[in-house]
Design a protein. Structure first.
Length: 157
């Protein structure tokens, strides 16, 4: 189609990552967007070096990843442009710790005040019109595994 959106699904070997993988029955506990310069953009609850938590750009090797899967989404240039503009507008927003609790209390992930990793990417893809329809997953369940499953319906992963 002329443009690629690249995502990196990953995990690290720590308690938080293991808990996320156990909860969503997936291999990955995190997802970042791979930017043209190789940096990764995503929402994290922890800081790395002098990079604070929340929606931030981070260097490609910012964590000691134990598992990594790259997913390239073929799309149109206008869709990719809108996706990256959405992401740029989210930089600096806080990590959405409430949403993590929302898995238990039914919080709507479509609240744009804060994000966790997979809800940030899903919101960006929806905003850009990547999906033909709004995601049908329950509003409080957009985990990395759910996002990977949704993407498998529209792109080879």
């Amino acid at each position: 189609m002329g443009a690629i959106i690249s995502l990196q699904f990953s995990s690290v070997n720590d308690f938080g990552s293991e808990l996320i993988r156990a909860f969503d029955h997936g291999k990955f506990s995190h997802v970042d967007v791979i930017l043209a310069d190789g940096e990764l953009l995503g929402a994290r609850n922890d800081s790395y070096g002098n990079i604070p938590a929340g929606v931030q750009k981070r260097p490609a090797g910012y964590a000691n990843f134990s598992a990594v899967k790259r997913v390239d989404l073929d799309t149109t240039p206008p869709c990719a442009d809108r996706f990256y503009k959405f992401l740029d507008s989210q930089i600096g927003k806080p990590y959405d710790g409430e949403a993590i609790l929302g898995f238990a209390v039914n919080r709507d992930w479509r609240d744009p005040a804060a994000f966790f990793c997979s809800e940030l990417v899903a919101a960006g893809l929806e905003d850009a019109g990547y999906f033909a329809y709004s995601l049908a997953a329950p509003s409080n369940k957009i985990t990395p595994a759910d996002l990977l499953l949704a993407l498998s319906a529209v792109a080879p992963v």
